[in-house]
Structures are given as C-alpha cells and as structure tokens.
Write a protein of this length. Structure first.
Length: 193
C-alpha cells in the first residue's frame, strides 16, 4: 500500500468549515498521511475561532512527498495577505501534483495564472475577476460547485462536500460507489446498504 501525503495549508482566519468534511475521512485512513502547515509553523486561529497548532512549517514541507495540497478559503486571500507559498505551489504544479483550492483560495490560483487554460470554478466569475485582476481564464469558467481538471481541483465556498468528493476521487480513497454513498449521506441524508 502506497502512502499518499495530503498537506493542508492553514493561516489566521482560514475558513474551517470548508475542510470539515474532508479532514475526518482522510485522518482515519491508514493509506493517507494528513499534515497541516503554516508559513512559520506557529499556531493560528481559524475564522470560527478554533486555535490550531500545525504539524509543520512551510520550510519543513518536502514538495516531492506531497500528493495533494489543499488550500482552504479565507479573507486573507482576498486581501492578498498570503505570502510565502508561491514557490511550493509552483514546484507542485510543475511536478504534476494535485492542488485543491476552495472559495477565496481559487482567487490565488486565478491571479497566478494556473486557471487560465483549464476548466475551473470559484464562488462566481465576477468575484474571481474582481479579486484576481491578472486572471485570464474566463473562457474556462464553469458554473459548478466543484471542478477537477487535470491536477487542479476548484470549488465554490458553499461546496465543502463536493470539494471533499473531488479530493477523495483524486486520491482513489474508495471506490466510486463508496464515494457516492458517502456523498449521498452527507449531502442528502440518504444512507443505503
């Protein structure tokens, strides 16, 4: 069994609910190594007031080990306060690793040009264009809750369940049928044996 490494980037004010369906499922899987990191390794406080001590600092993240990088949303992206992750994101992108962004984190990918030539989504096209002035991917924008295209996963901020599903599929966490069963339970309250 090959261990897959999922790294979640955390920062003060990150939108904790956007990864709340994702992390429990990954944490309990033996084939997944789930790590959180901040720029300097210091504790942060989520938008919901959760005080989090990360596993690592950015300097301790080894790009070659990363299977999936998860970027949760938060107003810090909109205010362009996130600094220091450009090199890691570029290295992962060039290596073909999966980068998953939800809500305001999609504006970072848009601003840096990662969304210019692949299908993607965000909170809204006008939102993405206004927050990311350098964004040039309008022709690839999808009015959808979550989109996976090549190595990029993007999601609307109201779609943490769909976001989780796309990451589960990319990681081949379970069979398609098992993932759909999980989705139906958490999205629609339907459980089938």
């Amino acid at each position: 069994m090959e261990l897959k490494h999922v790294y979640i980037f955390l920062f003060d004010g990150y939108s904790d609910w956007e990864i709340s369906y994702l992390t429990p499922e990954l944490f309990k899987e033996e084939k997944i190594s789930l790590k959180t990191f901040t720029i300097n390794g210091a504790a942060i406080t989520s938008m919901g007031g959760l005080k989090i001590t990360p596993d690592l600092s950015l300097a301790q993240v080894k790009a070659e080990e990363v299977s999936v990088l998860v970027l949760p949303g938060g107003t810090a992206w909109e205010e362009h306060k996130i600094e220091g992750i450009d090199e890691l994101v570029a290295d992962l992108y060039q290596a073909g690793k999966t980068i998953a962004a939800i809500c305001a984190a999609t504006t970072y990918l848009g601003e840096k040009g990662y969304l210019d030539s692949v299908k993607h989504t965000s909170n809204d096209l006008d939102y993405l264009k206004s927050v990311a002035p350098a964004y040039k991917g309008e022709h690839n924008y999808q009015q959808a809750l979550a989109v996976t295209a090549h190595q990029l996963i993007t999601a609307n901020g109201i779609a943490p369940i769909e976001f989780a599903v796309e990451i589960f599929k990319k990681l081949e966490l379970h069979s398609e049928a098992a993932i759909e069963k999980w989705f139906q339970l958490f999205k629609n309250g339907i459980w089938s044996e």
